[in-house]
Design a protein around this ligand. Structure first.
Ligand code: ADP
Ligand code: MG
Ligand code: ZN
Length: 205
């Protein structure tokens, strides 16, 4: 059981960091965790085991920043793994943990913890990617991060899939996806002009 005495006198809350791929969600998550550690708060980070792009035991940003983390197969595992004294709980790649994450995050916040959740707000077709929209609704704070459109250089809030695949989840890095603005993005990878397309399939897990 979580003891409220291990929290320094305040109520919990939920912060959401969301945007497209390459928009700096993980960077921002790490920035907040580093500051919490400077404040001598106990921090724990979790990420879904599905995301094994860079490291199993670290949350890693595209520009190489990292922070130790624990892999979870499903959202409920976080409740089992979180320690009593943990004040700040960070969860990256929330879109891979499903709707069960909403209850888990709510419980953690009700226990008096600060919960920071990062994830994609839209899938590659531009459709809201649960559970991130639901988490945005119940959170105290939402930060929308934007990338740079690789086609025109404007702020980008969409993730362009570059390879032809129907699956909603296709874990990959810069070979499978790129950041694009509303004008340069298309929901259909077939329409990406061949000159723009990188080597299909490379680096896709
Ligand atoms: P996210 O977690 O949102 O995918 P990261 O925090 O891992 O993003 O990475 C953000 C970093 O990615 C940026 O600081 C930058 O160095 C790099 N980057 C690569 N491509 C882009 C892009 N198109 N727009 C913005 N940043 C990019
Ligand atoms: Mg990330
Ligand atoms: Zn653009």
């Amino acid at each position: 059981m979580y003891r409220s005495s291990s929290v320094v006198g305040d109520t919990g809350w939920i912060e959401v960091i969301c945007g497209s791929m390459f928009s700096g969600k993980t960077e921002e998550l790490i920035r907040r965790l580093v500051r919490a550690r400077i404040a001598k708060q106990q921090v724990q980070a979790f990420k879904p085991s599905l995301d094994d792009r860079f490291a199993k035991d670290h949350v890693v940003s595209h520009n190489g920043q990292r922070i130790p983390s624990t892999e979870v197969g499903k959202a409920e595992d976080i409740l089992r793994l979180v320690q009593d004294r943990t004040k700040v709980v960070a969860i990256d790649e929330a879109q891979f943990l499903g709707m069960g994450l909403v209850d888990v995050v709510e419980k953690l916040a009700n226990q008096g913890r600060r919960v920071i959740v990062a994830g994609l707000d839209q899938d590659y077709r531009g459709i809201p990617f649960e559970p991130v929209p639901q988490l945005m609704a119940i959170s105290e704070s939402v930060t929308k991060t934007m990338a740079v459109c690789v086609v025109c250089g404007q702020p980008a809030n969409r993730t362009q899939r570059l390879v032809e695949a129907e699956a909603r989840v296709l874990v990959g890095t810069s070979d499978a996806y790129e950041a694009r603005c509303r004008a340069c993005w298309t929901p259909d990878p077939h329409q990406v002009s061949p000159g723009e397309r990188t080597s299909a399939g490379a680096g896709v897990g």
